[in-house]
Design a protein around this ligand. Sequence first.
Ligand code: ZN
Length: 122
Amino acid sequence: MAFFMWRQNNSGGHFVVDDDLTWRVVIESDDYEQAEIYALGIGVYYDGVDEGRDCRCCGDRWYEGQELDCEDQTLVEHLQEYADDYGWENPSVIIHYADGTKGTITRAVKNQANEPVEAVLE
Ligand SMILES: [Zn+2]
């Protein structure tokens, strides 16, 4: 098993957040192809500008996924640090485990308070 992450661009000035999607989406799978099928099934899409769904100046909402390298950290430790440093939205990350369960990573409150007004969550 491996973990693959899809990154969302805030095309049009906002992120799409629902039960399955947020700023970052992580999917556990045997391989990239299966993870991508799952990602597309929960609402990830490509070529949003060409299809007229995404803002032309901001660019496509979703980038292709990448396998995560957590180095010497656990998955959750790695994602928590990443979210604390760079995260947007709450939760910042939704993890879709292969057994069908989900996990979420919420960025640290101290960093939310330090963000400029534009980044404060609604
Ligand atoms: Zn734009």
